[in-house]
Design a protein around this ligand. Structure first.
Ligand code: F3S
Length: 415
């Protein structure tokens, strides 16, 4: 691989152990994927940010990098943690996990990382430009910035993200190259798409079929909100590992069907109508018929508009005793919700805005034993996909309205 003089010096250790480690990872990755050169990136969004998912070895590694005197070369934000920093005690997170999480976050901060601790950094201040090259982890955010913003990234796991942050460069392959961004599968949509959950169902159905391919959605253009796209991204990247898609007439690289495919024919045409939507919904409802113990919305973390919708539905009402209602949002969005008066409405109703984390990053054995949630209700296909397997909780998936009703009554009514 062709390296600039500075990149070679980093690899040779002339700029410290941290950058050397970063270049070793970069060059190995580049060799595996046949990259010809390194390219500069403008930001990193780092996974390996929650101590429960990363483990103690990552805490030790990041502290070792700090001890070497290294600093991040570009702005770096962090994905969710294993606690809500402000309300960890009230929410019932363990002291030991809090301690370990603080250690990990502090280590990243010493390198220059910003503990945004959100999976929607693009709603909280880290917003790439069109065509900007970045190095992001978090599958839903990767899909969002590639597809909706038109920035460029591959899916960066922990070591590759760390290497990108330390060196400011990455090997050029995958979605950095024009030819890999073209559509492959044509998805002809004629289902009703009224709720943001409908976009989750669409993504869940399509992700399973196209796996890591690039789907092109046709028939959606008049009907697409930012929050719907956010749900679509999360679901595509959970049943599959989609990192990029196009919506004809909506996303920046698909002004027309022809542009989305670069003039080529799709490898497969997939029809998505009411029957397919029902199939996806049935797959995601893995519940045991029990009452709901916790309702979670905000996977991916909520926009201000979503919090406003929940506040509107809960105004003047009271959540049933014994039920928790988590509205997940990043710290900046939570601050705006407070100013908009939404937080007061939510807390008066018995709901809470949870920041910095989510069930996938913080539900662990002791926490769940203490809480004894009978089942979970959510409007997120991604959360409904992961929770039964990773947390062992029976899960209902439905519209925001169904979720709010479940919080008020304890019963999730299907249909
Ligand atoms: Fe975000 Fe957690 Fe969902 S990281 S996308 S809220 S599983």
């Amino acid at each position: 691989m062709l390296l600039t003089q500075y990149e070679q010096e980093m690899l040779d250790g002339k700029h410290g152990w941290g950058k050397q480690l970063g270049m070793e990872i970069n060059t190995q990755l580049g060799n595996i994927y046949g990259a010809e050169r390194m390219i500069p990136i403008q930001s990193v969004h780092m996974v390996n940010s929650s101590v429960l998912l990363s483990g103690n070895a990552v805490v030790d590694l990041i502290e070792e990098v700090v001890a070497s005197g290294a600093k991040f070369a570009v702005p770096v934000t962090l994905n969710p943690a294993s606690i809500d920093y402000e309300n960890w005690k009230e929410l019932g997170f363990a002291e030991d996990i809090h301690k370990r999480q603080v250690r990990l976050t502090k280590a990243y901060q010493s390198l220059g990382g910003v503990p945004l601790h959100s999976c929607t950094p693009y709603l909280g201040g880290n917003i790439p430009n069109y065509k900007e090259r970045v190095a992001w982890g978090e599958s839903s955010a990767v899909c969002y910035i590639n597809s909706v913003i038109g920035a460029r990234t591959n899916r960066f796991g922990g070591p590759a993200g760390l290497a990108a942050g330390l060196t400011g460069v990455v090997p050029e392959f995958g979605y950095y190259l024009d030819e890999n961004r073209l559509g492959q599968y044509l998805i002809q949509v004629d289902a009703e798409m009224n709720e943001i959950m409908d976009f989750g169902l669409l993504g869940y159905y399509v992700g399973e079929i196209v796996t890591s391919g690039v789907p092109v959605f046709n028939g959606l253009s008049g009907n697409v909100s930012k929050d719907g796209l956010k749900m679509l991204c999360a679901a595509l990247a959970s049943s599959g590992s989609v990192a990029m898609f196009h919506v004809v007439g909506c996303t920046p690289e698909a002004p027309t069907l022809e542009a989305a495919f670069g003039g080529k024919e799709p490898v497969q045409v997939i029809h998505y109508g009411p029957e397919e939507a029902k199939k996806a919904l049935d797959e995601l409802n893995k519940h045991n018929g029990e009452d709901v113990g916790i309702v979670v919305v905000g996977c991916p973390h909520c926009s201000l508009e979503e919090i406003g919708q929940v506040a509107h539905m809960l105004e003047g009402k009271r959540i049933k005793d014994g039920i928790e209602f988590w509205v997940e949002a990043s710290v900046p969005v939570r601050a705006l919700a407070e100013r908009a008066g939404y937080t007061e409405i939510l807390t008066s109703a018995g709901a809470q805005i949870v920041s910095d984390t989510c069930p996938v990053h913080c539900f662990e054995k002791n926490f769940l034993e203490n809480k004894q949630f009978s089942s979970l209700a959510t409007n997120s296909a991604k959360l409904a996909h992961y929770v039964p397997g990773s947390c062992g909780i029976s899960t209902y998936c439905g519209t925001l309205e169904q979720c709010v009703r479940a919080a008020l009554t304890g019963r999730f009514v299907e249909g």
